[in-house]
Design a protein around this ligand. Structure first.
Ligand code: GDP
Length: 428
């Protein structure tokens, strides 16, 4: 059976923890989109890890971890990550890389930085990992697929020549930066070839057989619904689809095989980068939530940037869950809210004098003001609780109120960052 694990919000909902947890009973875990621009933090018996490219299933020796064709593959970063986990005592993971995945080139990273510099104050808040230039090239059909590393030298050099002619015009005239040469790009690709060769695989054929054999497969999403280029807060989005539906494409499996869609929803809001964020909070209130949030504070796993903080947003989450096709909600980081006397929850948006519960397009979102309902806090530490009935009443009320507002069943409640800190519940 195939299960997708995706985010309903802006990312950092705790998908890594949920994937690591579900991987215990899975055979294959696949990254299907995005690149090394965001990270998952995972805490397990080997220690604490920030994964950027590797799927969050690499900590078990019974799993196969796959980089799907939809990923922006930064080969040196992938290998650094493999080395890092091995150095911390994790057994060498079984990894497969799709022969159809495309590679982030060093110039994509440079272009990302140059463009942010050019846009200055109007930038997108990119992590400068080369993701937007990478996906632009992929769809402009001037990207490099892993399979092309195995092409003959003349054909590959010919293509590099055509691609860099275009790049060099921009480098010279728009950015005023050093130019690229065919030999330098070719040498880089040959280094990548040596690194990736042992892992290259026809992933969709591998998964076709795995599905036939009844294997348990997880699709691990990066970021969340709000960052989807079609359905999110365009243009402050990422460059590949963050939706479960894209899992079929970015892994190479039939869409109808995705039977379960676990949408991870955080008990409060956080976001990185620029963009609309209606329930955002500021000042001391935000600082305190940021300091107490996640595991060791809400700071980017890749960049270390402080995350923007906000109260739970029912409007965005209901939409985020709907657009994912949610079958189950995993409600995470609830333990963090134990310090609050009262917890505001955004239940509507006021736009030009009218209150709506429907998530609007970005042009309208800009004018939205949050409408809050304030719920009582539970004022205690809920870590260590394993049964839903044992949670304090106000805590259960918070969960049930949110379930009612978002309209999707909360079947898992995460009350700590550890692998087994989870409470299963019957959402009826
Ligand atoms: P992802 O990108 O969706 O995987 O999320 P991140 O890893 O960026 O952020 C989630 C953070 O919250 C990580 O530091 C996790 O260790 C932490 N986390 C996940 N679930 C829980 C939870 O239930 N309670 C607490 N306190 N932290 C959690």
């Amino acid at each position: 059976m195939v299960t997708a694990i995706v985010g309903a919000n802006w990312g950092d909902e705790g998908k890594g923890k949920i994937t690591d947890m579900l991987a215990e009973t899975s055979d294959i875990i696949i990254r299907f989109q995005g690149g090394a621009n965001a990270g998952h933090t995972i805490i397990n018996n080997y220690g604490k890890f920030a994964l950027h490219t590797l799927p969050s299933g690499v900590f078990y020796d019974h799993t196969t971890s796959i980089i799907g064709n939809g990923v922006a593959l930064d080969i040196p970063k992938l290998f650094r990550e493999i080395r890092d986990i091995e150095e911390k005592g994790v057994p060498t993971p079984k990894i497969l890389v799709s022969d159809r995945a495309q590679m982030v080139m060093p110039y994509h990273v440079l272009f990302d930085g140059y463009e942010e510099e050019r846009l200055a104050g109007k930038s997108f808040g990119s992590t400068k990992s080369g993701i937007a230039p990478f996906y632009s090239d992929k769809y402009a059909k001037i990207g490099f697929q892993v399979s092309e590393l195995f092409d003959d030298e003349a054909s590959l050099k010919d293509k590099i020549g055509r691609v860099i002619t275009q790049k060099n015009v921009l480098l010279e005239h728009l950015y005023g930066k050093p130019l690229l040469t065919v030999d330098e790009v070719y040498a880089t690709l040959m280094e990548y070839k040596e690194m990736v060769e042992p892992y290259v695989c026809d992933v969709s054929a591998f998964l076709y057989e795995a599905i036939k054999e009844g294997k348990n497969i997880l699709l691990e999403g990066q970021l969340g619904s709000m960052k989807d280029p079609d359905h999110g807060i365009y243009p402050m989005v990422t460059s590949s689809s963050t939706l479960a539906a894209y899992g079929a494409i970015g892994a190479g499996i039939p869409p109808y095989e995705i039977r379960k869609i676990v949408t991870v929803v955080k008990a409060y809001s956080s976001a990185v980068g620029a963009g609309e964020f209606v329930s955002e909070i500021f000042g001391d209130e935000a600082d305190e939530l940021r300091r107490r949030g996640g595991d060791g504070g809400e700071f980017g796993a890749t960049t270390g940037r402080p995350r923007r903080m906000g109260w739970f947003d029912c409007v965005a989450t209901r939409y985020g869950c709907r657009i994912q096709g949610t079958t189950d909600v995993a409600f995470t980081v609830l333990d963090v809210l134990g310090y609050l006397d009262e917890i505001p929850v955004c239940v509507g948006y006021e736009i030009d004098g009218t209150v709506t519960k429907d998530f609007p397009v970005t042009t309208k979102l800009k004018h939205a003001k949050p409408v809050y309902k304030v719920l009582p806090g539970w004022k205690c530490d809920i870590r260590g609780i394993t049964k839903y009935e044992d949670l304090p009443e106000n805590c259960r009320n918070y969960i049930e109120f949110i379930q009612q507002e978002i309209g999707f069943p909360i079947t898992m409640v995460s009350n700590g960052p550890g692998r087994h800190e989870i409470i299963y519940r019957n959402a009826e």
